[in-house]
Ligand binder design. Structure first.
Ligand SMILES: *[C@@H]1O[C@H](CO)[C@@H](O)[C@H](O)[C@H]1NC(C)=O
Length: 281
């Protein structure tokens, strides 16, 4: 009897605690602003530029937004929500982006190592360029981490500097594939007029000996005001089909956008690197 009473009391306490932590009847905003019992501390990112409840609130909202982006539930967005600029900045510049990328690349390397390759010179891995092989973080760090509207003019100025650093994790995969005898194909929505600067930039950053660098025809570029409106999926899937028609076997495919990895033939396995700074459909 005494035990049951204790158990019942515990259950009641739990229910009361739950009622305090999850106020179903109030708005979601109030729930987030509620006492710290409602916050999952381990998942709360550090917010250098914000503090206290405001930071916790923005962190949870922006973390959920970022998850929605990565899972391709949040699509077609033009800019990072203004309230998430600091969150995305901290994510990109802090350890988390690197660690998240490490998880992706560790999986990709384990997969590549597990393949029974036939070494016929036709086995390739498709790499996207921007935010996959090369990082434009130096540009985006100066332009609101994607919270400011895309400016094609200033972004192209940056691209033509050819100074984008390699993503270190992707470079690790690239080198591993080279050792395994899987050739690299770069497939990018950069355009033909950017071929020379892109090739130079890639070489300077330690990429070498690739099989192909596939770019969009220059004519496909649209207005200077924004990103191309049409989806890049038909272009990228079409180029992968051409590879296949030419006898290549696409063993793997990696990009930071879903549009890099959607559309048959996708490749033996696809890998999605994080990118909360921009969306390309
Ligand atoms: C876009 O970038 C160019 C070149 O840096 C600059 O002159 C222009 O003012 C920018 N446009 C906007 C809307 O910020």
């Amino acid at each position: 009897m005494a035990t049951m009473t204790t158990a019942a009391a515990r259950l009641l306490l739990l229910l009361v605690a739950a009622a305090v932590a999850v106020p179903f009847c109030s708005g979601a905003d109030e729930a987030l602003a509620a006492p710290t019992t409602a916050i999952i501390h381990e998942l709360r990112p550090r917010q250098a530029a914000l503090s206290g409840q405001l930071a916790a609130r923005a962190g949870i909202k922006c973390g959920s937004w970022r998850l929605g982006v990565e899972t391709h539930n949040v699509i077609g967005w033009e800019t990072v929500p203004a309230e998430c600029e600091n969150y995305v900045g901290n994510y990109m510049l802090g350890d988390r982006y690197r660690h998240d990328s490490q998880v992706v690349i560790n999986e990709a390397i384990a997969y590549a190592d597990s393949l029974r390759l036939c070494h016929n010179g036709k086995e390739v891995w498709v790499f996207d360029v921007d935010e996959t092989s090369l990082s434009n973080l130096p540009y985006y760090a100066k332009h609101g981490f994607g919270a400011k509207p895309y400016n094609a003019t200033s972004f192209l100025e940056y691209v033509f500097e050819g100074s984008a650093p390699a993503l270190p994790e992707t470079l690790r995969l690239y080198h591993r594939l080279h050792v395994l005898g899987v050739k690299a194909v770069f497939l990018t929505d950069r355009t033909e007029d950017e071929r020379a600067v892109t090739a130079d930039n890639l070489r300077r950053q330690g990429y070498y000996g690739w099989e192909k660098l596939l770019l969009k025809p220059a004519a496909a570029a649209t207005g200077a005001a924004g990103r191309p409106q049409e989806s890049v999926v038909p272009f990228k899937a079409g180029e992968r089909q051409k590879l296949r028609d030419a006898g290549y076997i696409i063993v793997g495919n990696i990009g930071d956008q879903w549009s890099d990895i959607l559309g048959a033939p996708e490749g033996g396995r696809t890998f999605k690197l994080p990118d909360p700074m921009y969306y390309i459909g």
